[in-house]
Write a protein that binds this ligand. Structure first.
Ligand code: ARG
Length: 469
């Protein structure tokens, strides 16, 4: 439809609610209120919900068995039309629900007009979105777990690889590459928990709440809930049709996933730059420059970092959408779908990209090691050594600070200083100091739960593998 063509005042289309109205809907309003161009994505969930509703109506005697069967068969046939791409969606029929119901009546006649008994699009759409999101969460958690498995394998391969750990982006202390990968794993573990928690809460069935107050028909809400795999019916009809917490919760969990992925992405961008050169990403995940032949760009990582913005945006959109809405259903709620769909697609794709790419990267162990050696990463170990020899930590800190300044001027690492050079800063330093100044010594010393020692990394890898099953 081109801009301005259906200007206010012009009218078109068959009407869905002819009884109450004396003029047809304005053509612009029809276009403005239609949602089928995006909510058609809910079609198969809508059909499942309608089948469960029709079967229940037949079981409680509101419909005859024959009518129930005709509706279910008709809906099945429509599902096939949709899956085959033969279904014709009409914006005049406003949304996915009216399109399918209208087609049902076209196909099966009178019985089709009875499907909407005892329900409303308000409980219908709330049910559809929950069904959609339940599947989406399952798919997303699946990709997240796959990524975690990849990280655990990488951590196992690089359990002994030394790299610099950073604070303030300055070299701080040596860590193992495996330990760093397990830090990413932990972020994802919390994300999985949040998503699973969201799924638990969303798995309640609004059907039967009807428009807002429930229905005068003797509906069996437990039956429809069970048929659709919900844990049970929702408890309050007003809340059922107006609640979109599940969408907000998903976007909050998804936004946190994306924040985590963007942090990983940032590290990948740094690590693949020639200045770091810690890792190399497979060519198939990178792109070149149209002008600079030497370039190999980490575009996938950058895009994941950038796409975090979309999901954060969806979260804010949904929070703002719901803010200040009085009970019960308001048409505002139709605006929940596009941000939710976009968040679902973005989170899933970002996880797929990283699950494929990150475990396939190659670690340059020599570069990682050289970087850890270059930044006085074992200075804390020297201070700890002095403490063990009776020097108070604050004094030890000052001693090592002076030694680092001296080594910097001499262009050497602490481990490269002669014993006599080191002893000018403290007589407590002995021959055995070199054991703690080595990278391996520093790593091995941090051998406690959560520490970076290779032995601890291996232990955490085993525990993570058991959890992942
Ligand atoms: N398309 C609507 C939505 O997404 C369906 C519910 C419409 N209900 C109504 N009373 N207008 O929210």
């Amino acid at each position: 439809m081109s801009e301005g063509k259906d200007s206010p005042g012009r009218q078109s289309g068959p009407q869905l609610w002819t009884g109450r109205f004396t003029e047809a809907t304005d053509a612009f309003v029809e276009r403005f209120t239609a949602s089928v161009h995006f909510d058609a994505r809910l079609a198969l969930y809508d059909i499942e919900g309608s089948k469960a509703h029709a079967r229940m109506l037949a079981d409680v005697g509101v419909l005859t068995a024959e009518e129930g069967r005709a509706i279910v068969d008709g809906l099945e046939a429509i599902r096939e039309e949709i899956e085959a791409g033969r279904f014709e969606w009409s914006p005049r029929l406003e949304d996915v629900h009216m399109n399918i119901e209208h087609r049902l009546t076209e196909r099966i006649g009178e019985a089709g007009k009875k499907l909407h008994t005892g329900r409303s699009r308000n409980d219908q759409v709330a049910t559809d979105v929950r069904l959609f999101l339940r599947d989406a969460v399952d798919a997303i958690v699946g990709e997240l777990r796959r990524f975690q498995r990849g990280l655990v394998d990488l951590a196992e391969r690089e359990a002994e690889t030394v790299m610099p750990g950073f604070t303030h982006m300055q070299v701080a202390q040596p860590v193992t590459f495996g330990h760093h990968m397990l830090a990413w794993y932990e972020m994802l573990e919390r994300d999985a928990g949040r998503l699973e928690d969201c799924r638990r809460r969303l798995n309640q069935c609004p059907l039967g709440a009807a428009a807002l107050a429930g229905t005068s028909f003797p509906v069996d809400r437990e039956a429809t809930a069970a048929a659709l795999g919900f844990d049970g019916p929702t408890r309050n009809s007003l809340d059922s049709v107006s609640d979109r917490d599940f969408a907000i919760e998903f976007c909050a969990a998804g936004a946190t996933v994306m924040t985590h992925l963007s942090r990983m992405a940032e590290e990948l961008v740094l690590w693949t730059s020639p200045h770091f050169g810690f890792v190399e990403l497979p060519d198939r995940f990178c792109t070149g420059s149209s002008i600079m032949p030497q370039k190999k760009n980490p575009d996938v990582a950058e895009l994941v970092r950038g796409k975090a913005a979309r999901v954060h945006g969806s979260l804010v959109t949904l929070l703002t959408l719901m803010k200040g809405q009085p009970l019960a259903y308001n048409r505002d709620n139709q605006e929940d779908k596009e941000p939710l769909f976009d968040a679902v697609d973005t989170v899933r794709d970002a996880l797929t990209a990283f699950a494929d790419m990150v475990p396939a990267m190659e670690v340059d162990r020599a570069r990682c090691r050289a970087a850890a050696r270059a930044g006085f990463a074992t200075a804390t170990d020297l201070a700890d050594y002095l403490v063990c020899r009776g020097v108070a930590f604050r004094d030890a800190h000052a001693v090592v600070g002076r030694a680092v300044r001296y080594a910097t001027d001499a262009g050497k690492d602490l481990a490269e200083l002669e014993l006599e050079e080191l002893r000018q800063f403290s007589p407590a330093i002995g021959e055995d100091v070199y054991q703690v100044l080595t990278l391996e010594g520093s790593l091995a010393a941090r051998d406690h739960v959560g520490g970076t020692a290779p032995a601890q990394v291996c232990r955490q890898v085993e525990a993570a593998k058991r959890r992942l099953g």
